[in-house]
Design a protein around this ligand. Structure first.
Ligand SMILES: NC(=O)c1ccc[n+]([C@@H]2O[C@H](COP(=O)([O-])OP(=O)(O)OC[C@H]3O[C@@H](n4cnc5c(N)ncnc54)[C@H](O)[C@@H]3O)[C@@H](O)[C@H]2O)c1
Ligand SMILES: [Zn+2]
Length: 364
C-alpha cells in the first residue's frame, strides 16, 4: 500500500492508494479512526449499484454500523438544497456528533459530502473514497469542498480536511471511457508542472493498455496524488504555490463557462487550456518549440476532444472578469520545460487571441 501524507493547517492526514483497497476499507478505517459507532456513506446511484455492496460488506465485517444515503447524479445537484436534504436524512437516521461521513463517488459527491461534514452539527468526521480519476488525483486531496449557486460554480464552500482518503484504482474499471480520459488530462497536467517521468509514462501508453494495467494505473495515480499533496501541504489556501495547479485552467474555465458546462467535461476543457497555455509559452519564449510540441501532442494523443468553436475575443473578455485576474492582469501558468512551469502576468493580448484561435483549427 502506498501512503502519502497531506499536511493541512488544522491536521495532517494520509491518502492510501492500493489496488483492491475497497475490500479492505473497513479494516483500514477502524485502524485509523477507531470503531466509530455510526458510519454514513454518501453516494450516487451509479456508484452504489456497482460498488456499494463491496464497500458495505467490508465496513460491516470490520464491525462498523453503516448506512448509505444517496444524492442524485450530476453537477446540477451540487447545490445547497442537496446538502439540506442529506442533512435531513442524517437527522432521521440518528446521526450525531460521533458520525463519520464517507464520500463515495466522484468529485461531486466529494464536494457535497465535504461541505456537509464540515457543517453538520458544526463538523463531523469525513473520509473520502473517490471513484473517478479526477476525484482520486485531484478533488479528494487538499480539503476543498463546495457547491454551486445559480450565479456561479463553487461559490459556497469551506476548507475541511478529511481524516483519510482511501484510493482504490480498481473501481475505475467501471468508469465510462470519456470520464476516464478527462481525469487523465489532470494527471498529464501534474506531469508537466512537476513530474517528467509521469508525463513520459502517460505519453507513451495508450488508454486501452493503461486501463488493462492496474499496476501502472496505481503508480500513475499515486504520483499525481503525491504531487498535489506536496503542493497543497505547502500552500493549503492557494496564496502562491498552489496556483501552479491551475496550469490549463485559465482558458479551461473560460471554455467551460462559455459553453454553459455542457460541451466539455472539466478535464477536456483543461486539456484545451493546456494546449493554449503551451502555445502562449512558445510564443513569448517561456519554453522552446520542441517542448511545446511534446506537450501538445501528448495532450492530443489521449484521444478526441470536443471541438472549440468559440470566438477568441469572447474568451478574452471572459478572462478579464475572471477571478484569476489580479490588478487588471490575467495570470497564466506557462510551461518552461516538462516538469517546470512559471506564472506569467504579461502575456500580450494578441498572443492570447492567437492561442485560443488556434484551438478552433485543431482537429483531434
Ligand atoms: N474540491 C476540489 O478540490 C475539486 C477539484 C477538482 C474538481 N472538483 C469538482 O469535482 C466535480 C467533478 O468531479 P468528477 O469529474 O469526478 O465528476 P462526477 O462526480 O460527476 O463523476 C462523473 C460521473 O461518473 C460516475 N461515476 C463515478 N465513479 C464511477 C465509477 N467508479 N464507475 C462508474 N461510474 C462512476 C458518476 O456517477 C458521474 O456520472 C466538479 O464539480 C468539480 O468542481 C473539486
Ligand atoms: Zn481541474
Amino acid at each position: 500500500m502506498i501512503r502519502v501524507e497531506v499536511t493541512a493547517q488544522s491536521r495532517a492526514y494520509s491518502a492510501f492508494i492500493e489496488d483492491g483497497l475497497l475490500q479492505r476499507a473497513g479494516k483500514t478505517l477502524t485502524q485509523l479512526v477507531g470503531e466509530h459507532k455510526n458510519v454514513f456513506v454518501v453516494s450516487v446511484p451509479q456508484v452504489k449499484r456497482r460498488w456499494g455492496k463491496a464497500l458495505l460488506a467490508s465496513l460491516s465485517s470490520a464491525g462498523l454500523r453503516t448506512r448509505m444515503i444517496q444524492m442524485p447524479d450530476g453537477e446540477t445537484h451540487k447545490k445547497l438544497s442537496t446538502i439540506e436534504k442529506l442533512a435531513g436524512q442524517l437527522v432521521k437516521l440518528g446521526a450525531n456528533r460521533d458520525a463519520l461521513l464517507i464520500a463515495f463517488g466522484g468529485g461531486i459527491v466529494g464536494d457535497v459530502t465535504g461541505l456537509l461534514a464540515s457543517i453538520y452539527m458544526r463538523g463531523v468526521d469525513l473520509v473520502h473514497i473517490p471513484t473517478t480519476v479526477l476525484a482520486q488525483v485531484d478533488a479528494s486531496i487538499g480539503g476543498k469542498n463546495g457547491v454551486n449557486l445559480s450565479l456561479g460554480k463553487n461559490l459556497l464552500g469551506t476548507f475541511y480536511p478529511p481524516r483519510a482518503v482511501l484510493i482504490d484504482p480498481a473501481v475505475l474499471s467501471t468508469l465510462p471511457q470519456r470520464e476516464f480520459r478527462a481525469g487523465l488530462y489532470e494527471v498529464l497536467k501534474c506531469g508537466v508542472i512537476g513530474n517528467p517521468e509521469l508525463f513520459e509514462r502517460i505519453r507513451s501508453s495508450s488508454i486501452r493498455d493503461l486501463r488493462r494495467n492496474n499496476e501502472e494505473i496505481e503508480w500513475i495515480i499515486a504520483e499525481a496524488v503525491r504531487l498535489k499533496s506536496e503542493i497543497v501541504s505547502a500552500d493549503e489556501r492557494e496564496s502562491g504555490l498552489r496556483r501552479v495547479l491551475n496550469f490549463g485552467h485559465t482558458i479551461g474555465h473560460a471554455l467551460e463557462a462559455e459553453s454553459k458546462y455542457h460541451r466539455f467535461l472539466h478535464g477536456e476543457a483543461v486539456a484545451w487550456g493546456m494546449i493554449a497555455a503551451t502555445q502562449m509559452a512558445a510564443a513569448v519564449g517561456t519554453c522552446n518549440a520542441q517542448t511545446a510540441q511534446e506537450i501538445i501532442s501528448a495532450t492530443l494523443g489521449l484521444g478526441p476532444l470536443p471541438t472549440v468553436t468559440v470566438q477568441p475575443r469572447h474568451i478574452l473578455n471572459m478572462l478579464a472578469s475572471d477571478k484569476k485576474v489580479k490588478n487588471g492582469r490575467i495570470h497564466f501558468v506557462l510551461p518552461k520545460k516538462i516538469g517546470e512551469v512559471e506564472i506569467v502576468d504579461d502575456v500580450p493580448e494578441r498572443v492570447i487571441l492567437d492561442a485560443v484561435g488556434a484551438l478552433r483549427r485543431m482537429a483531434t
